[in-house]
Design a protein around this ligand. Structure first.
Ligand code: ZN
Length: 196
């Protein structure tokens, strides 16, 4: 199949063809007519601060051994997912079709709407609140955001900390929003208001 520039070949039924697919059972239907205009950025590492292991994939596929680390007791039984995970190496994994509703935001409110899972795309950066992120992650994130924006009417990008303030702190102060804005070239009103 040949496709023109207006319909990039990198998407098939909400799956990005450049991401490694790992199907999570933790998803549902989006509400009828949902306008997918928000990208939510997160950070995750399991156990916190340890990078490169298989635990994130295990969590998102409900196969994590809750007894393998004391921290896992705090999240025992959690059924969560995100659309994408970008590892420290820049490798990109996809767990849920972007046409479906992943379970990453929880109780949340942004741009005048509740339940951000309904109409957002969630991207987890392997990392830790307060830690920095790698150049490979920023490069992959930039490409992914631009690809998403060719396919969905993105008008906002925010952190979990912005859509669930006081409850969530990721991706945290180590994430460089200014760098992302400059690299994407998206207008300032797409981005969360900062205190500065
Ligand atoms: Zn988060």
């Amino acid at each position: 199949m040949t496709e023109g520039k207006r319909t990039p070949a990198q998407w098939q039924a909400g799956w990005h063809t450049h991401a490694r697919p790992i199907h999570s059972p933790n998803f549902g239907q989006r509400p009828e007519g949902a306008c997918i205009d928000l990208i939510v950025l997160h950070s995750i590492s399991l156990p916190p601060g340890q990078y490169g292991g298989p635990e994130i994939e295990a969590l998102f596929t409900n196969t994590l051994d809750w007894n393998a680390h004391p921290y896992f007791q705090q999240i025992r039984g959690t059924e969560v997912s995100a659309h994408f995970v970008i590892r420290r190496s820049g490798e990109m994994l996809q767990f849920v079709s972007c046409d479906a509703r992943a379970w990453h935001a929880g109780r949340s409110h942004y741009r005048g709407r509740d339940n951000c899972n309904d109409d957002s795309i969630g991207i987890e950066l392997e990392g830790l609140e307060g830690d920095t992120f790698t150049p490979a992650q920023y490069a992959q994130l930039q490409t992914l955001c631009q690809n998403i924006a060719t396919h969905y009417p993105i008008a906002h990008i925010a952190g979990h900390e912005h859509i669930a303030p006081g409850r969530k702190q990721d991706p945290g102060p180590g994430f460089d929003w200014v760098f992302l804005q400059h690299s994407l070239g998206w207008p300032a009103h797409f981005f969360p208001l900062t205190a500065a």
